[in-house]
Write a protein that binds this ligand. Structure first.
Ligand code: ATP
Length: 220
């Protein structure tokens, strides 16, 4: 469903040019759970951002369901991103001044939905991650594992086809990390495609396919 053909990405700062990804060919198929591994700085986050349409490649083609990104305007890309992907990050990225339920509702504000329907969808997403009883809490009243589960609820509230997770268990102890991994596996079992960056070999053993990145390239 998401295909990268000969994709390269260079970051240009004042003095330095970094070739972060070099001629990547990758096809993420519907229903897969792809684990992405590789040393620090090899390009994993860059690759995840490109898959999730958060950034455009320097060269090469990215297509979603067979349609190349180049044929979309920026506004259309944003719409496609919002409807196709849910994002989960290592450091949760929750808004501490908002209650859990309001955090989860945030991605729906871009859609024209009645407020009651938004609230109901957020409730259901929180129930899916086992946090139905924590809706009125604030993020800093929750454990790290619970905060990451709120972030997962926020990522799935819009019923995305694909979940992109950048080291989602990286800030959690092994028990909380295992709980988060179980939720991701369950969502994948229910049909959501997942692409997850991980450094954990045990997690890697449970995914359907491992993609290894080294120095901006995919290695077999
Ligand atoms: N916004 C940016 N501007 C300039 N260089 C960048 C930028 N983002 C990433 N880079 C560089 O691109 C390369 C790939 O970075 P990336 O964050 O994708 O690696 P990573 O594999 O996710 O690393 P980590 O495991 O440490 O998170 C690195 O050399 C990094 O310094």
């Amino acid at each position: 469903m998401i295909k990268l053909d000969n994709v390269s990405k260079t970051y240009q700062t004042d003095k330095v040019e970094t070739l972060a990804l070099k001629e990547i060919n990758l096809h993420v198929k519907k229903g897969e759970f792809v684990g992405m591994m590789g040393p620090s700085g090899c390009g994993k986050s860059t690759l995840l951002n490109l898959i999730g349409l958060l950034d455009r490649p320097g060269s090469g083609t990215i297509s979603v369901d067979g349609i190349p990104l180049k044929s979309y305007k920026d506004k259309e890309v944003a719409k496609l991103r919002n409807s196709t992907f849910g994002f989960i990050f290592q450091s949760f990225h929750l808004i501490n001044d908002l209650r859990v339920i309001d955090n989860v509702e945030l991605p729906l504000l871009y859609r024209t939905l009645p407020a009651g329907e938004r609230r109901q969808m957020a409730r259901e997403a929180l129930e899916k991650v086992g946090l139905g009883a924590r809706m009125d809490h604030y993020p800093n009243q929750l454990s790290g594992g619970q905060q990451q589960r709120v972030a997962i609820a926020r990522a799935i509230v819009g019923q995305p086809q694909v979940l992109l997770a950048d080291e989602p268990t990286g800030n959690l102890d092994s028990k909380m990390g295992a709980e988060v991994m179980e939720i991701l596996l369950r969502l994948n079992g229910e049909g959501t495609t997942v692409v997850m960056v991980t450094h954990d070999e045990r997690e890697a053993q449970r995914v359907s396919r491992i993609v290894r990145v080294f120095d901006g390239q995919l290695v077999a």
